[in-house]
Design a protein around this ligand. Sequence first.
Ligand SMILES: Nc1ncnc2c1ncn2[C@@H]1O[C@H](COP(=O)(O)OP(=O)(O)OP(=O)(O)O)[C@@H](O)[C@H]1O
Ligand SMILES: [Mg+2]
Length: 579
Amino acid sequence: MGNIRILPSLIAERIAAGEVVERPASVVKELCENAIDAGASAVEVRLAKGGTELIEVTDNGSGMPREDLEVCIGRHATSKIREFEDLSRLNTLGFRGEALPSIASVSELSVVSRASGSTVTHEIRLAQSAAERVDARNVPNISFLGSAHGTRVRVASLFSQIPARLKFLKSIGAETSAVREIIERLALTHPEVAFTLKNEDRTLLELPAESLKDRTVRMLADDNPFEIVETELPGSYSIRVIWLKGLSLPHTRGMYQIVNGRALRDRTLQSAILNPLKQSFLPGNFPVCVVRIDLPTDELDVNVHPGKTEIRFLESRKIYALCDAAFERLLGRPAFRDAGPGPDPGFHPPQWNRESTPFLALNAETQAGTGPSTTPPAFFDSTPIGEYRGVWFATYLAFEKDDKITLIDQHAAHERVRYEQIKKGVLGKQGCETQQLLVPEVVKFPPDRLIRLRNKLDWVKPLGFDAEVFGEESVVFRAIPSVWGSGTLPERLRNLLERLENEDAGPEHPTWDEVLFEKIAMEACRSSFKAGDTIHEWSARDLVRKLFTCEHPGNCPHGRPTSITLSRNKVEEWFSRLS
Ligand SMILES: Nc1ncnc2c1ncn2[C@@H]1O[C@H](COP(=O)(O)OP(=O)(O)OP(=O)(O)O)[C@@H](O)[C@H]1O
Ligand SMILES: [Mg+2]
């Protein structure tokens, strides 16, 4: 007798659900997307215990009539496409007809809805997919965020029947912040929708419907004293960028990508955004910006990732050209430069009026209606050691404050900043942010030594490395920690492998964290900014601000000084001005 069996449908569904429903945040994402697709202008998310006990999403969208309510939790039930070709003209976030049945198979689900124009409200309930078919029942009318029609979905006891999944959930606090991050992404994508997030009875987010610019300022700028610049290039491929110039983060979470109304974490787009900024950011540092691209729906494929967070562009070169054109403009560079893979000959990047202001500063002055300004307010320039006064010998950054000039060794300072960022990630237990590599890096390693390494690759996983043995004589790296930086990568990865190979203390060793940290930090430092590398003015200020928040700003990790100070007195003495 053969061994192959058809799985019972509940098991098959739970397995399939794993792709869509990973944690409370993924449930919230699906339910909010459904609300947006239903044309809601307000969405409220309520959580109990970070969503593990209860997630409730209410919207004032079009709602569902009884017949739709009865089928909406069935697999492949969707109102959004009719035939396969519809995928290429999609203007909704959902299309797979997978979200509700997947959620239903791992929780207790209830959907209450009233269609617009209807006078009755119905509810369906489903406990862990127990019933094949449910009958919607009449329930008393309720208000959907002040509207007569809308939908309220309740997801209780998520994963209570699936202990393996429960085990992977993080603390309530971490799950709550993951939900918050998802809502923030959706909120930037759809600023015309009001969003509220409550955990137990605490309101964590309250965003009124507003313009993209206002929402960006509210969410990203907050109290940050950084200059915000923006640009928009219209066309069949159009782009809008709002950028907090001058701020950088050691991870990519501040880069918001929106393509055709979809919040993404797409690697191609990320690399297209970073490409024109290569010269402007220190390695391992990333911008804070919102990049919104709209392109013809038949030039992208959204059906490549179960969570729909990655897409495939028909012509990624156009995306590179578009990002290039927008950021070149914001950087004030005069002409379009062909960078990255480059646009195809038939594609003309959007043009802009050279006469116009290169960027619009959304500072207090502009908001007061006095028109755009190209001069950032003085506080953008300030650092703990004063005003930036240029670079000496392509290595030493000069700052002036009161009667002192401070020279900063850019390499030593960057090493110190890097070192402490990594230390926080490794020893601070928040974990290290991972950067997926667009093209995996394959490092060759002698087969006899590879055997010793095989079990140790897992040791560096918590640091943000994704590495595995590949074939007989190489290791493939698919992801690295963000702060690690991408310069001289093959060489540093090989060094890491060699250090690991010779390491005998494993994760169970009491000082393992420190051992590992030293290895990672030393390798990361090697990709730091070097003497002679050109540094942009705002990067110089950013570096200095970060240096002075370090625990030990005075030295690089190898003990060399990061700064020296020259007093006015000393200079005046040289010129015999002091009598
Ligand atoms: N909040 C809502 N308001 C109105 N209709 C809804 C709502 N949520 C779900 N629906 C209806 O239920 C159907 C099934 O929803 P579900 O999320 O499972 O699939 P989908 O959105 O079509 O595709 P995907 O799996 O890609 O999200 C939707 O197509 C829609 O018609
Ligand atoms: Mg959906």
